[in-house]
Design a protein around this ligand. Structure first.
Ligand code: SF4
Ligand code: SF4
Length: 179
């Protein structure tokens, strides 16, 4: 054993080194614990919280019942039962829409898959419940979350480009295809 190592052994050098860090921490102590729920951590800008169904500014539901969100979800959270809009056979809507939030990963794939931006991720996270059946949400509950989380709604556009209408086989007055 070298002389330097021998000195380190008899003076408990490693222990003193460790104690130095402990004392440094004690002297410059800054509490990092937040007293939740009285104190809350600021959320990141892109925080992905509870999911919600959205409406247009006139209150119409955005969802067209296409099932793409259901297909995109890796955890089989979503179940959509869609049907025709009464009196408008070319349009569909989600007659029933369910989300089992006990399975959700908050990955956001359903939001990205939706072609009409009918789904949104809110900044809500305080959803702890005693009965997990309460996390099986229906359409009305999801719309209510959307109403309170996104008070500014997107304007509904009635305009349909002729090229889109051309492929709509049930469209009664098929317009000339635009050049
Ligand atoms: S956030 Fe992900 S896991 Fe949750 S419902 Fe959407 S696709 Fe499914
Ligand atoms: S939420 Fe979007 S993707 Fe899901 S069924 Fe409705 S329109 Fe389709």
């Amino acid at each position: 054993m070298k002389f330097r190592d021998w000195i380190k052994t008899i003076t408990f050098y490693e222990i003193l080194l460790g104690m130095k860090e402990t004392i440094k921490h004690l002297v410059h102590y800054k509490p990092i614990t937040l007293q939740y729920p009285h104190e809350k951590k600021p959320l990141a800008e892109n925080y992905r919280g509870m999911l919600a169904l959205l409406r247009y500014d006139d209150g119409t539901e955005k969802c067209v019942g296409c099932d793409l969100c259901e297909a995109a979800c890796p955890s089989r959270v979503i179940r959509v039962i869609s049907t025709e809009v009464p009196g408008e056979p070319t349009k569909r809507y989600a007659k029933e829409y369910y989300m089992d939030m006990t399975r959700c990963l908050f990955c956001g794939l359903c939001v990205q898959a939706c072609p009409v931006d009918a789904l949104g991720m809110t900044r809500e996270y305080e959803w702890a419940v005693y009965d997990k059946r309460k996390l099986h949400l229906n359409k009305e509950q999801l719309l209510a979350i959307g109403d309170r989380a996104f008070p500014v709604r997107e304007k509904q556009l009635e305009f349909q480009h002729p090229n889109v209408a051309y492929f709509n086989v049930s469209f009664k007055d098929i317009p000339e295809k635009a050049n």
